[in-house]
Design a protein. Structure first.
Length: 340
């Protein structure tokens, strides 16, 4: 079940520590119609608005700068398109240079109300978590407004991301509304993050490697007539390879490089037993097929018992992995170590 922080809608500064500097990063590509209203609705709790024009053919960044008189606004322009991830990375680097304490990623298409920012960053200010992200799946009423294709696709991606990132208690991994404490961002190799649409999933994987505490914030998204630049074919061809790569890295980092525990033993035993049982069974089946002599009950049992034992060890591993979701807030530990 998804773990989420719920609260009543706050006033502009009710959750904001006056000592916390907040920077909002807005990746900008073909959002000229929405961008002015979006920025105009960002409240006084935000100190810096970093608009990253990712070689937008509509020149959305230049348009916003000409229409909005706000000292907080800064436009970063990419001469060549880098993708949503590349735009967010540029914004995050700029936010770190400005010594922001909390960095918020807000999509430029107006899908999320900027008035949600205080609610999003509240748990971080309170020291309860390192990172928060939106969750459109928490309330059933919100699903009625979401296109059916998005509901199914995001549900499948949510399960895959749980396995890949190790965050078994969160949903909606591709949500575009995210807030992270700057101390955590500094621990992430930003240059290694995926620069395209795999960015959010890759970010969750990287957050898991630094043991950051992440929680969901229930929210409502608004779907208009904007056209997505996401290619379904690109997702189908590139995402599976990237998911497998991050999953193997996580398992290696957490269960063999940084630690060796009962989960490691269970995983190794599962892989050995399932593989040996399957190989033994296939060899005997091939021999039986070629000779026409049926395999004996003993041969079948040897293969089946190995596979069943391996599955039991695999269930044990998943049980251990689900109980190992990060619970200790890291940014406070990092802040204390920097002060020493």
């Amino acid at each position: 079940m998804s773990r989420a922080v719920t609260a009543a809608r706050p006033g502009p500064n009710s959750l904001i520590d006056s000592h916390s500097r907040v920077a909002v990063v807005i990746p900008c590509y073909k959002v000229k119609r929405q961008i002015v209203d979006l920025i105009s609705n960002i409240g006084p709790e935000v100190d810096h608005i970093l608009l990253v024009d990712d070689a937008c053919p509509e020149h959305s960044g230049e348009f916003a700068a000409s229409k909005i008189d706000d000292a907080r606004l800064e436009v970063i322009t990419h001469p060549e398109n880098q993708g949503v991830g590349g735009a967010v990375i540029s914004g995050m680097m700029s936010a770190l240079e400005k010594r922001a304490d909390i960095i918020v990623k807000l999509d430029g298409d107006g899908q999320y109300d900027p008035a949600l920012i205080p609610l999003l960053i509240g748990p971080i200010v309170e020291g309860a978590v390192d990172c928060t992200k939106g969750n459109r799946f928490f309330n059933l009423e919100n699903l009625a407004e979401m296109p059916a294709g998005r509901v199914f696709g995001n549900a499948m991606l949510s399960f895959i991301n749980k396995l890949v990132s190790g965050y078994w208690d969160i949903m909606d991994p591709t949500n575009g509304l995210i807030a992270i404490h700057a101390n955590i961002v500094r621990q992430i190799p930003l240059e290694k993050l995926d620069k395209r649409y795999f960015f959010e999933s890759d970010l969750l994987f990287r957050l898991g490697t630094v043991r950051a505490v992440v929680c969901d914030i229930p929210l409502q998204a608004f779907y208009r007539d904007e056209t997505s630049s996401l290619s379904i074919m690109d997702v189908a061809l590139s995402f599976p390879r990237k998911y497998l790569n991050r999953m193997f890295k996580r398992l290696f980092y957490n269960y063999f490089l940084r630690d060796f525990n009962i989960g490691s033993v269970s995983l190794v035993a599962a892989l050995i037993l399932i593989t040996s049982g399957s190989v033994y069974g296939l060899i005997k089946w091939q021999a039986s097929y070629e000779t026409g002599i049926p395999a004996t009950a003993g041969m079948v049992m040897i293969s089946a018992l190995q596979i069943l034992a391996g599955l039991n060890f695999l269930i044990s591993f998943f049980n251990y992995d689900m109980g190992s979701v990060p619970r200790t807030v890291q940014f406070k530990l990092l802040r204390n170590s920097q002060m020493e």
